[in-house]
Design a protein. Sequence first.
Length: 142
Amino acid sequence: MIKLVETSSGFVLSYPLWLGILTIAGVALIGYAARPKAEVKKRWGIIVAGAVLMWGGIFFATFKVTLTAESGRVYGFLRYNERIEWTDATAAAVVQRSGKGGPSYFLVVANRSGGEFELPLGGLNDGERQRVVAYVLSKMPR
């Protein structure tokens, strides 16, 4: 579901903007459950479900991976906010992790200070994933 866009300065990965509609659904659920005279038996459950939908919508609307010749950045509301300069990168590997919806792929890039930069690749097909990995490897110092 992630779309890959090649720009003049590198790659951008993001979710389609229409997934932000989840935010509107969450606000509607919370508004429905929070009415003063609402006859909702499971008011707190609806409010929690609305909050989760709101967070999901905001996350999908703000999720963005930017790869340029100098650096890589991953941002997703309250989940990802990482950046790496390719000059600090020492090694990279594609890691497959099993999850609820099947396997997820990540590109893990180690840096000189011992930390790791994790780039989610879930939602990309094999060809797109290989293009992103090749791009990152080409920007790392040898």
